[in-house]
Design a protein around this ligand. Sequence first.
Ligand SMILES: *Cc1c(COP(=O)(O)O)cnc(C)c1O
Length: 350
Amino acid sequence: MISSPAQSDVEVNAYERDLADHLGVAHVVAVSSGTAALHTALYAVGVRPGDEVLVPALAVVMSAAPVRHLGAQPVFVDCNAEGTDFDYRDLEAKVTDRVRAVLPVHLWGRAGDTARMRSFAEQHDIAVVADCCQALGTTVDGIQVGTEATIGCYSTHKMKLLSTDEGGFLTTNDDECAARGRAYRSHWQTPPENELPLSRIAHNFRLAGPLAAIGRRELPRLEKLVQQRLDRASMLARLLSDLPQVLPAHVPTGQRWNHYSPLLHLHLDRPRAFCEHLAQQGVPNSTGTFRLIPLDQRPVFTRDTRPRCHAAAEFLDGILAVVLTRHDDQQRIREYAETIAREVTRWASN
Ligand SMILES: *Cc1c(COP(=O)(O)O)cnc(C)c1O
């Protein structure tokens, strides 16, 4: 039973320790959402008003909103042809002396080249804040993606693999980042060493104790949940393997991609319209259901007048990213496959 504030701290502390052990990282700071994790992380690495943060165009609004909340400017960067990583030529070209951090977003759970990211950041003396909100369970050379970054940010919203209904956490091996993160999440009441309590303006981004208790209970099931997602994704790919118009995205070598969203390349006329049509036919997907477009095309971010990120736009227009949940059983996957196969054949003959 959780009855007092002190008791709820006990739950949060225990949850953080369990997560740190499970993920193989020095510090975990539990917060109220994935958005709060990104906001806290960006503050902890020193992002301040007037700074710039390099953000992929291939990302969701939640990835970039915390940058703007801190008074900094997201600078949108194009992606590689596979949509797994930055276009490094574009990334290098957008570095200025105001850039404080780079924010790789592991959309649909896929990781890019994390070693290259680190050396890029070291070379320019900037921090890496990784948006791993969809990438819990994705490993690169056996290591949870995001734990190699200055700070990794995760969501435990109910749509994510590990769920506390609402919640999030950040991971870091940097003692100072952890201390600043803990201070920031609770109005700087427990400040880093040599600082006074309440000496900075911060937030209440605390995770509620009962939600931490749920997270602790769920964590031992994480590996099973990832395995289930992998099974569903491979089943979908298998059921569609006869269709030449639909090809599963390949998994980069050395990576265990959690298949948060299975990705299918569409070789059809007007693929984005097809995804919208599929959404209406009951197959939820990123572009058709959630109208995902590159961040640099979003009106709320159009202060950025640089040329558009064309590779990101082209990639998104050609992909079917199927939205799965933990409740999707094999029957549901069969229904999705049947609908996709039927509608692809119709679309191709029109
Ligand atoms: C879910 C998500 C977020 C935000 O997480 P919340 O817990 O909903 O605040 C941020 N980035 C990505 C990529 C996400 O999928």
